[in-house]
Design a protein around this ligand. Structure first.
Ligand code: NDP
Ligand code: GDR
Length: 378
């Protein structure tokens, strides 16, 4: 039985990858951080009672900043494949916590590679590093491919650049099967709520239900190459199944502005919006409603007023240095891995919006029934 260890198993990609590997018959071990609240929402459906025999899904406490813990978990589990997905993954937050981000996102990968080497597992264990399109940063050429030079624009990207190169170095120095997947943005209904796509789909659903008035965003002109996490975790696995360890760009090849993503999310709910103004004064108002679509979704038109401002700009969401334009060139992945995304952006937006609408309808239902959030301190 193949054994995999996933760091960052409680995150978006960790959850999709765990599901994917379990379906392939793997024994899956996951590294999870101790937290004062439960942090396993995304993988609770995979949980197996520790008292049962024959488990194929096991969680271990751990942290990428703790070498001895990583050595012990790798020694105990002797994985054939390690997927290093753990990271402080929020670009804006990395400006607030640069040192921690460098430690976890940069040195974290070194700790894993060293553990594999020290434990004598070089011949046994393949390692995947979650590299990122943020490495390209300041635009030098588009579309961005495996040969495009890096110019990181945040403490997050600089930390990830260390992890990228230490992976390449261990491959060349010690002949390790260590690879980078340079993944462009990928989203899903379980995307963290503070990343822009999920922030938009949640807010659009809440606004449609009258649970929120408007949505504040930062740079609406940023362009991203958005794919679906479900497609991207398959690429991670394919990268480790090759004869030779190599690095791959994983992307759709299509780029879209944040502004257009907002428009698409509202349109999915039958709400047409129009942007006007520039810079900090830019806003979007409702200009039309599709009554048939509203009805189909069980939405009442009373909360969707023509002329209502639903999006405004708040400069607090601007970044000190921004990445303006990302478009990936996935041709190497297409030809060597036979990988191609199944989801289009339309399908992604549809799935995310409908999922958030369901979540919010549940919230509305509880609220109407008088079951508001519990206040333990009342
Ligand atoms: P998430 O933020 O959803 O998940 C990050 C995971 O890392 C969580 O499980 C988190 O735990 C864990 N984690 C954070 N810090 C530590 C630490 N110090 N030690 C151990 N675990 C830690 O990210 P995604 O799933 O979206 O991304 C997965 C990886 O891919 C990340 O490395 C990210 O930087 C990278 N990436 C993501 C892309 C994307 O578009 N999603 C694109 C390219 C790269 P907890 O749940 O407790 O917070
Ligand atoms: P990104 O994702 O920085 O590309 O990193 P994010 O969704 O945070 O931002 C995308 C773009 O949207 C702009 N933006 C806003 N972003 C957020 N979060 N909140 C806002 O209100 C907002 N308004 C506009 C941003 O300025 C940016 O240009 C993600 C993470 O998953 C990384 O871990 C990963 O490496 C990269 O994708 C590829």
């Amino acid at each position: 039985m193949k054994v995999a260890l996933i760091t960052g198993i409680t995150g978006q990609d960790g959850a999709y990858l765990a599901e994917f590997l379990l379906k392939k018959g793997y024994m899956v071990h996951g590294l999870k951080r101790r937290s004062s609240l439960f942090n396993t929402d995304r993988i609770d459906h995979l949980y197996q009672d520790p008292h049962e025999l024959g488990r194929n899904f096991v969680l271990h406490y751990g942290d990428l900043t703790d070498s001895t813990n990583l050595i012990r978990v790798i020694q105990e589990t002797r994985p054939h494949e390690i997927y290093n997905l753990a990271a402080q993954s929020h670009v804006k937050v990395s400006f607030d916590t640069p040192e921690y981000t460098a430690n976890a996102d940069g040195i974290g990968m070194l700790r894993i590679l060293e553990a594999v080497r020290l434990l004598g597992l070089i011949e046994h264990t393949k390692v995947y590093q979650a590299s990122t399109s943020e490495l390209y940063g300041l635009v030098q050429e588009v579309p961005q491919s495996e040969s495009t030079p890096f110019y990181p624009r945040s403490p997050y990207a600089v930390a990830k650049m260390y992890a990228y190169w230490i992976t390449v170095n261990y491959r060349e120095a010690y002949n390790m099967f260590a690879c980078n997947g340079i993944l462009f943005n990928h989203e899903s209904p379980v995307r963290g709520e503070t990343f822009v796509t999920r922030k938009i789909t949640r807010a659009a659903a809440k606004i449609a239900l009258g649970l929120q008035d408007k949505l504040y965003l930062g740079n609406l002109s940023a362009q991203r190459d958005w794919g679906h996490a479900r497609d991207y975790v398959e690429a991670m696995w394919l990268i480790l199944q090759q004869e030779k360890p190599e690095d791959f760009v994983i992307a759709t090849g299509v780029t879209t502005t944040v502004r257009e993503f907002v428009r698409m999310a509202f349109a999915e709910l039958g709400i047409e919006i129009e942007f006007s103004g520039k810079g900090e004064a830019e806003k979007a108002v409702i200009i039309d409603r599709d009554e048939e679509r509203l009805q189909e979704l069980g939405l009442s038109a009373e909360h969707i007023k023509l002329g209502q401002t639903v999006v405004k700009v708040d400069p607090q969401y601007y970044r000190p240095t921004e990445v303006d334009l990302l478009i990936g060139d996935p041709s190497k992945a297409q030809s060597k891995l036979g990988w191609k995304p199944r989801y289009s952006l339309d399908m992604l937006v549809n799935e995310m919006v409908l999922s958030d609408l369901k979540v919010m309808q549940r919230e509305e239902y509880l609220k109407k029934g008088g079951f508001t959030t519990l206040n333990y301190f009342e």
